[in-house]
Design a protein around this ligand. Structure first.
Ligand SMILES: C[S@@+](CC[C@H](N)C(=O)[O-])C[C@H]1O[C@@H](n2cnc3c(N)ncnc32)[C@H](O)[C@@H]1O
Length: 321
């Protein structure tokens, strides 16, 4: 696949960063005459009038105002199907158009960008994140991804942990995002525990039964890990499974759905979180598991820990130190 890229602004760099190696960029186009004849990112910049002299399969339009450029190219005689529009940022009103264009660019160039969700700030390829079944959770996953980039860039010390692993969907992503860090995975691997439900307290908050989420096991989870050598499984009832562990943490996912283990997770991980670290608490605004929010708000009131809420699928709360 040989492509021309229209536009030499910031969208160009974003596009180049996601193109697979088999896509060959043969040159750049720009309406600005001062750019013509220059070399940017190692590629020659041509005036759009030169299109007729160039051999290409697609033109990818990279500036924010993609529709106007597309119209310009169509007027110049380029077939509409050969013009792909790339959006590195977007306006919510453009969502439908963006998703149609993203489908086309994924299909024709084999990129694999996710369709936009409403809270999308930037698009990244997602193939490396093992998130096929978490499409509804794009906002949460990308927030975790941003947090991971910041933690790594600032060398925030500590291990990574998830309490509430189930089949390892998010754990696999954490393992990829932090390829050099230890990842602790805490779960009964037998579903909700009697310890958390037996006293009937949870009934005030949620619809949950002993054994929910029991259809999993450690081997299944480990088979999903890209870096299994970094993973330490703590199987059993939390907080008992943290006994004797001496660690600090840079990023923690709490995804245990119920009041008691959320309380236990916050009490355990918050004091052990490094400055600059984050705790992501899933289901903060999930109407099925209302105990999560009760536990988090009580904890925040008691400790003054700063909380931000994400507008993702089940509502996530983020605590940051
Ligand atoms: C919603 S699932 C986790 C989903 C998972 N994070 C994912 O990416 O798919 C909740 C998990 O919390 C676990 N869990 C709940 N209470 C627990 C406790 N006290 N100790 C250990 N695991 C617990 C359950 O076994 C279940 O697997």
């Amino acid at each position: 696949m040989r492509i021309l890229i229209f536009g030499t602004g910031s969208g160009l760099g974003d596009l180049l960063s996601v193109l697979p190696p088999e896509v060959q960029v043969i040159g750049l186009l720009d309406n600005n005459p001062s750019r013509h004849g220059t070399i940017i990112y190692g590629k020659p910049v041509y005036a759009p009038q030169r299109i007729g002299d160039l051999e290409f399969d697609r033109i990818v339009v990279s500036p924010r105002d993609g529709s106007a450029i597309r119209n310009q190219l169509v007027t110049m005689g380029v077939q509409r199907e050969r013009i792909l529009v790339f959006y590195s940022t977007y306006d919510a009103n453009l969502r439908k158009q963006v998703n149609e264009d993203t489908d086309a660019i994924n299909r024709d160039l084999g990129i694999g960008m996710h369709p936009l969700s409403l809270c999308t700030m930037q698009m990244w390829p997602v193939a490396d994140l093992d998130m096929k079944s978490t499409e509804d959770d794009y906002c949460r996953i990308m927030a975790i991804r941003l947090a991971s980039q910041r933690i790594l860039a600032r060398n925030t010390p500590g291990a990574i942990a998830e309490l509430g692993v189930y089949k390892g969907e998010l754990a696999a992503t954490l393992n990829r995002l932090f390829p050099e860090r230890t990842l602790y995975l805490f779960d009964t691997f037998e579903g909700f525990s009697e310890n958390d439900l037996a006293d009937g307290e949870e009934k005030k908050h949620s619809v949950a039964s002993v054994g929910d989420f029991q259809d999993t096991d450690v081997d299944l989870v480990m088979a999903r890990m890209a870096r299994p050598e970094n993973v330490i499984i703590r199987k059993g009832y939390f907080p008992r499974t943290a006994d004797g562990l001496e660690e600090t943490f840079a990023l923690v996912s709490l995804d245990v759905d119920l009041y008691k283990p959320i309380v236990a997770g916050l009490r355990y991980f918050w004091p052990r979180l490094s400055p600059g670290g984050n705790i992501f608490i899933h289901d903060h605004n999930n109407r099925r598991y209302k105990g999560v929010k009760v536990a988090v708000e009580e904890f925040v009131d008691a400790t003054g820990a700063p909380l931000v809420q994400l507008p993702d699928f089940a509502g996530t709360a983020v605590l940051s130190k």
